[in-house]
Design a protein around this ligand. Structure first.
Ligand SMILES: N[C@@H](CCC(=O)N[C@@H](CS)C(=O)NCC(=O)O)C(=O)O
Length: 219
């Protein structure tokens, strides 16, 4: 079945699906849209007006976690644990990653200093929680790359860029988390999950939003 992923270049949720596709070596096409001016066909087929969408022939899937599982289940091997209890726990942490992505959106865009400071604290608190449950790695599930890794990698990419571009620090004093992040950011599927000009687009977004994070840009 032909797969077409509908994407927005900055979207971390789409990135999860791209990582899953690359990890599973599943062929796909990608269509980029401008979420500021979404085309009529997109509004027609997207139940929530959100990306990612995965077009599977005539059918349309939405929600990054669902799309990633579909990609996983329809190709050889598995990025989910075999055991149902472990799988359920992984799904919980994938949800947790989504809440972290909402926090980083606030952190990147708010023009209210109080909201910004709260978002930094919320992010640090969530990352500290993850530090507490991480084992020895290199990945969330030990040696095997899983959908939890695909769910967190877009967050780490943004936190790393934010730190480099603005000096905003959220990962200090969390050695396991830093090691995990480094592993993920070096991984080919993760590096290839965004367009080449992603850092520039990300920086442009911070400038355009003109929030507290944007005001901290070094150049
Ligand atoms: N829960 C959704 C979240 C997707 C999401 O928030 N996508 C954003 C772009 S990163 C979007 O399409 N926003 C447009 C809108 O909400 O109008 C998922 O996991 O797929």
């Amino acid at each position: 079945m032909d797969l077409e992923l509908v994407s927005f270049k900055l979207c971390p949720f789409v990135q999860r699906a791209v990582i899953a596709l690359k990890e599973k070596q599943t062929p796909y096409n990608i269509t980029y849209i401008d979420l500021m001016e979404p085309p009529a066909w997109f509004k027609e087929i997207s139940p929530l007006g959100q990306v990612p969408l995965l077009k599977v022939g005539e059918e349309v899937l939405f929600e990054s976690a669902v799309i990633s599982e579909y990609i996983d289940e329809t190709s050889a091997g598995s990025l989910h644990p075999e055991d149902a209890l472990q799988r359920a726990k992984h799904r919980g942490w994938i949800e947790f990653a989504s809440s972290c992505l909402e926090t980083i959106y606030t952190l990147n865009t708010t023009d209210c200093l109080t909201t910004f400071d709260e978002a930094v604290e919320t992010m640090k608190g969530r990352l500290t929680k993850i530090e507490g449950i991480l084992e020895n790695g290199p990945f969330f599930n030990g040696e095997a790359f899983s959908l939890v890794d695909a769910a967190f990698a877009p967050l780490f990419m943004r936190l790393d860029l934010l730190q480099k571009l603005t000096g905003v620090e959220t990962m200090e004093g969390l050695p396991k988390l830093n090691r995990w992040s480094e592993q993920l950011l070096q991984r080919e599927s993760v590096q290839q999950s965004v367009v080449e000009e992603f850092p520039m687009i990300f920086q442009g977004m911070l400038k355009m939003k003109a929030g507290i994070a944007g005001s901290k840009l070094k150049d």
